[in-house]
Design a binder for this molecule. Structure first.
Ligand SMILES: NC(=O)C1=CN([C@@H]2O[C@H](COP(=O)(O)OP(=O)(O)OC[C@H]3O[C@@H](n4cnc5c(N)ncnc54)[C@H](O)[C@@H]3O)[C@@H](O)[C@H]2O)C=CC1
Ligand SMILES: O=C(CO)COP(=O)(O)O
Length: 320
């Protein structure tokens, strides 16, 4: 069974490097010059500096060639997934498709698997998510991920195929829970970064992580997901990693907000659009998600950190 990774950003490149330890892998880059450069230098200097590309990894900008594989990993940002899949649906039919992005689509409120299903309703689809920094994966450091797939047989096949020397995959059929956990932890990471950036302390961060987790569960249960899924790698696991490490771009955006600094708008920060999408969903469904609402207000510069803190502390007292 052959594997291709579409999207040669940090995550796509790291996954391709790890999977290349199992056998030949094709990595697709949309930019022909970048693909040629990576194939020649065996490096992705722009997105994953310092990592060597193994010989079993081929980089190409030829999408027809890359989509010959049985299993295709889609490692493009969430907000670009729809346009990518709609443009290339014909090349993606009859393949096992594994979405590797974390987020909720701003204009529809949908997660990655729902978007895929809309264009390719008969495709075998799965989601790869969980606590994993691209740089760690590329270094061969041990990492555990969740492979969410509604069909147990396809899930078991993909779990076998995509497990590598350093990637250990756990399976679930609760795709909705995995989508929501992976998307919302980024929103909470922005909030936690802001708290630390503003000097509010580790205790405040722990409070936000815990109450943020309660928000994640609220949204998950309202969406028919299982609470257990949120307690796993795709929820609690990734929340812990992303809210506590400066390797996270979402956390770093939060730090910049907290310190009143600017942040490079070209850096992929999934939590920003996701916060807006989730906030709109929460309002439409009458779900109490105060931290998400505050993150949106901070992103829109409608609120200062001091006001945000005062607002959260002044909420009515209630049972945990
Ligand atoms: N970097 C990391 O450590 C991890 C990232 N992820 C997820 O992986 C997804 C991708 O993130 P990264 O690779 O880190 O981002 P990145 O910013 O490093 O790379 C994004 C890649 O997508 C490509 N791209 C953007 N728009 C495209 C389009 N319309 N068509 C085709 N290609 C397009 C870009 O050229 C670039 O190669 C995100 O959803 C992120 O949350 C998940 C786990 C870890
Ligand atoms: O999803 C990630 C870790 O699991 C990567 O986080 P960032 O997108 O915030 O860098």
């Amino acid at each position: 069974m052959s594997v291709s990774v579409l999207g040669s950003g940090a995550f796509g490149t790291a996954l391709a490097i790890s999977l290349a330890g199992n056998g030949p892998v094709t990595l697709w880059a949309r930019d022909a010059d970048q693909a040629r450069d990576m194939q020649a230098t065996r490096r992705n200097t722009r997105r994953l500096p310092g990592a060597d590309l193994p010989e079993t990894l081929t980089v190409t900008s030829d999408l027809e060639r890359a989509t010959q594989a049985d299993t295709i990993l889609l490692a493009v940002p969430m907000q670009t997934l729809r346009s990518f899949v709609s443009t290339h649906a014909d090349l993606l039919r009859n393949r096992a498709l594994v979405a590797c992005c974390k987020g909720i689509e701003l204009k529809t409120g949908q997660g990655p698997l729902v978007v895929l299903h809309g264009f390719l309703p008969t495709a075998r689809t799965a989601l790869l998510t969980g606590p994993s920094f691209a740089a760690d994966i590329a270094k061969g450091l041990p990492t555990a991920l969740t492979l969410a797939c509604r069909d147990p047989e396809t899930g078991a096949q993909l779990q076998q195929q995509l497990t590598t020397k350093n990637l250990r995959l756990y399976r679930t059929t609760d795709t909705s829970g995995a989508e929501i956990g992976g998307a919302l932890k980024n929103v909470m990471a922005i909030a936690c970064g802001a708290v630390i950036g503003a000097g509010l302390g580790d205790s405040a961060r722990a409070a936000l992580m815990t109450r943020g987790y309660a928000e994640m569960q609220r949204m998950a249960l309202a969406s028919g997901a299982q609470a257990d899924t949120l307690a796993g790698l795709s929820g609690f696991g990734d929340l812990t990693l992303t809210c506590s490490s400066e390797q996270s771009r979402n956390y770093r955006l939060g730090l910049a907000i907290g310190r009143n600094e600017t942040f490079d708008p070209n850096i992929t920060v999934e939590g920003a659009a996701t916060a807006r999408a989730v906030h709109a969903e929460a309002q439409a469904r009458n779900l109490d998600m105060p931290i998400t609402a505050i993150v949106v207000a901070l992103l829109d510069q409608r609120l200062t950190i001091a006001d945000a803190t005062a607002q959260l502390l002044a909420r009515p007292l209630k049972e945990e």
